[in-house]
Design a protein around this ligand. Structure first.
Ligand code: AMP
Length: 215
């Protein structure tokens, strides 16, 4: 399947994407994971992106499109992909549309995961992430803690709170979402690709996606 996952930070895009990869071998492409990996590795991209990310601002569109143009042409994307955290702005959505046309790829849908603000705030302050750039498994201190506190179940690396998950950066990220990313809902509605799912459980989101794919 070829999907875009839309939704505020903490809506569950990453969790849903990871669950969907199990269904048909589609790959999760998270621009946030790619950028955090680049920051950790100290690459040129990481150096350019780091300050924006720490503040909870968006990284400039041209850097993101450079990443995505390459990534979407890698062979593992042939079986399908789940775009998690991309596109984030109207210019990115327009550039993606042109890129997909050039590559002859058709999207199945853009899924808008719509979760109440109180749930989002609670989730972001209690979320923990594996610090290994190749893993980045997601945990929650309340609802889904690792088996051993602070240690990733999957790879044994330390599980930490992300630097952009301080209260200040979270409120900035939510503001940025409302201003720059929420308009994509209207964009994909016009394209005839939108599926909005109001659900706080990832399983319910998966069921709604499966039902639409089967229709
Ligand atoms: P995420 O893990 O998706 O919440 O992304 C973490 C941070 O990475 C965001 O707050 C942005 O600074 C940056 N980022 C991730 N994806 C994008 C994107 N598509 N466009 C611009 N910035 C992005």
């Amino acid at each position: 399947m070829k999907l875009i996952l839309l939704g505020a930070p903490g809506a569950g895009k990453g969790t849903v994407a990871k669950m969907l990869t199990e269904l048909d071998g589609s790959v999760q492409i998270s621009t946030g994971d790619i950028l955090r990996g680049a920051v950790q590795a100290g690459t040129e991209l990481g150096k350019q992106a780091e300050a924006y990310m720490k503040r909870g601002d968006l990284v400039p569109d041209d850097l993101i499109m450079g990443i995505m143009e390459k990534r979407l042409q890698e062979p593992d994307c042939a079986r399908g992909f789940l775009l998690d955290g991309f596109p984030r702005t109207i210019p990115q959505a327009e550039a993606l549309k042109k890129l997909l046309e050039k590559l002859g790829i058709t999207l199945d849908m853009a899924v808008n995961i719509d979760v109440p603000r109180e749930v989002i705030l609670d989730r972001l302050t209690t979320r923990r992430t594996c610090s290994n750039a190749d893993c980045q498994a997601i945990y929650n201190v309340k609802s889904n803690p690792p088996r051993v506190e602070g240690v990733c179940d999957k790879c044994g690396s330390p599980v930490v709170q992300r630097e952009d998950e301080t209260e200040e950066a979270i409120s900035k990220r939510l503001e940025t979402y409302n201003e720059k990313t929420a308009p994509l809902i209207g964009f994909y509605e016009k394209e005839g690709l939108l599926l909005t799912v109001k659900a706080t459980s990832s399983e319910a989101v998966i069921e709604a996606i499966k039902a639409r794919l089967a229709a």
